[in-house]
Design a protein. Structure first.
Length: 256
């Protein structure tokens, strides 16, 4: 499968019936400002047409749905639909967890965090169709930014998946689905790195980017999957280094 996925990034689909199991959302205690918790969308179990319509805007979900009906059903069963209201926090800087998200409806803001834990300046906006929350999992680090629902948004609806389900050796997904997943990550992170390279050229980082290996072996193989995982992590490391340069040197933050 080829991913066909290329979206902006930040830390910052088509499905029929099925009954997804709930995925637990682990949140750190909030700062002392107004916020409500995200919640599982109760209509996910009963309104399959609504779920299908929302996921149809995400190329990765569409690809799996098109190519393998069994994998489509499995992916749906492991996807949790999350709702949040204006001002709700989705991800907090400093969290350590294994979930990634696709924004299906609404708008999110990516913010830094001040010393007292309150969100600071807006770094980036997340729009529908974008995936976020992957950089920390690829690097094994805590979340690097706080993401909340924009105050002007009526609501935000997100699809939540577990990164480890795709990454672990005993993954429940087929090789083809895992290849599509990591192709998606490599494409989106490379896009973000290229944006940073153009906005803030850095000789050392550009040289390191040229050294990221490109797979030339057999397609649709375990070797290709291993190579994609390596590419994703090396590109994530480069993106993190670009992101941590002074803001005046890097322009708009590109976080994933």
């Amino acid at each position: 499968m080829s991913s066909g996925f290329l979206h902006r990034t930040s830390e910052q689909g088509l499905f029929g019936g099925g009954n997804p199991g709930n995925v637990r959302a682990r949140m750190r205690p909030p700062y002392t400002g107004k916020r409500r918790d995200m919640k599982h969308a109760q209509w996910q179990e009963s309104d399959h047409a609504r779920v299908e319509a929302l996921l149809s805007g995400v190329p990765f979900f569409n690809e799996v749905a098109r190519d393998d009906a069994d994998q489509r059903a499995l992916l749906l069963a492991r996807t949790e639909i999350i709702e949040a209201g204006p001002g709700d926090r989705v991800i907090r800087a400093g969290e350590v967890e294994s979930s990634l998200y696709f924004l299906l409806r609404g708008q999110l803001v990516v913010q830094g965090e001040s010393a007292d834990g309150a969100p600071s300046a807006v770094l980036y906006y997340v729009s529908p169709g974008e995936v976020f929350g992957t950089l920390s999992m690829l690097l094994g680090t805590a979340r690097s930014a706080t993401i909340r629902v924009a105050d002007a948004a009526r609501e935000a609806v997100m699809a939540k998946l577990e990164f480890t389900d795709f990454d672990r050796p005993d993954s429940p997904y087929t090789l083809a689905t895992r290849l599509a997943f990591f192709h998606m990550l490599v494409h989106q992170i490379r896009w973000a790195v290229e944006v940073q390279r153009m906005q803030a050229p850095d000789q050392e980082l550009v040289a390191a980017l040229r050294k990221v290996p490109i797979f030339t072996g057999p397609k649709d193989s375990d070797e290709e999957l291993a190579a994609l995982k390596t590419q994703a992590r090396e590109l994530a490391g480069l993106l993190y280094r670009w992101n941590t340069k002074p803001p005046s040197a890097t322009g708009n933050a590109q976080l994933t």
